[in-house]
Write a protein of this length. Sequence first.
Length: 241
Amino acid sequence: MTAFDASKLIGDLEVSLDVDVLVGAYPDRDGPPGTPAAVLDRLAAHRIRAGAVASLRAALFDVRSGNDEVLALDGPVAPIGAVDLRDPVGAVREMDRLAEAGVRGVRLFPDEQGVEAGFPSVRHVARKAAQLGLVVLTGGDVRRFWQPFAGLDATVVFLDTHFYHLGDFLVLAADEPGFHTSTRLLNSPDALESVPPDRLLFGSRTPHYEPVVPLLRLATSGLKPEEIAAVAGGNARRLLG
């Protein structure tokens, strides 16, 4: 049996900024190398020109040193800070520090940190991010994790929106102009085409997910060329600067 080759279907699609890139490793999972060099090489191999990069070390072990690692990265990187939602007081201090360093986005890891949408810490962090004008990139089920950001005029990218939950996202986005979603799990027919193209950002979760899947779906979508360009990095650059 010959392995499926998606390259012809993907064609000449290039992504100028991937909104969902991680460096580091999950200690309880086997996976590909998460070193910065390996991650950037993997992006380049798929014609993903730059990544909005956050640190798993910051999310799982040591917030400050992990964020400093991302801030020090060379190459085509938009540094994204991470905070610990289990420590809302420290999270707010870290967001102040990140904003002063010129960081434009902060990533939340509620599943990895065992935090639920209704915890007071999440709303506290959401308010602070909105006050600082930081773009929030958040994991978690969009059907629950929209709630802490409601009514804050916050800019949020839901990284884990599944196509089963796309209807819920669309209803929410109609009332919240700052709500956006990643393409990563929107792989069903017509999923990408159902989202307003200015609310859709390419995300691959490199290196812990296969970039070919969202690339193939975007390349074969029914979106217009200018809409594909917006999804493939234009929207992310607009939000993150």
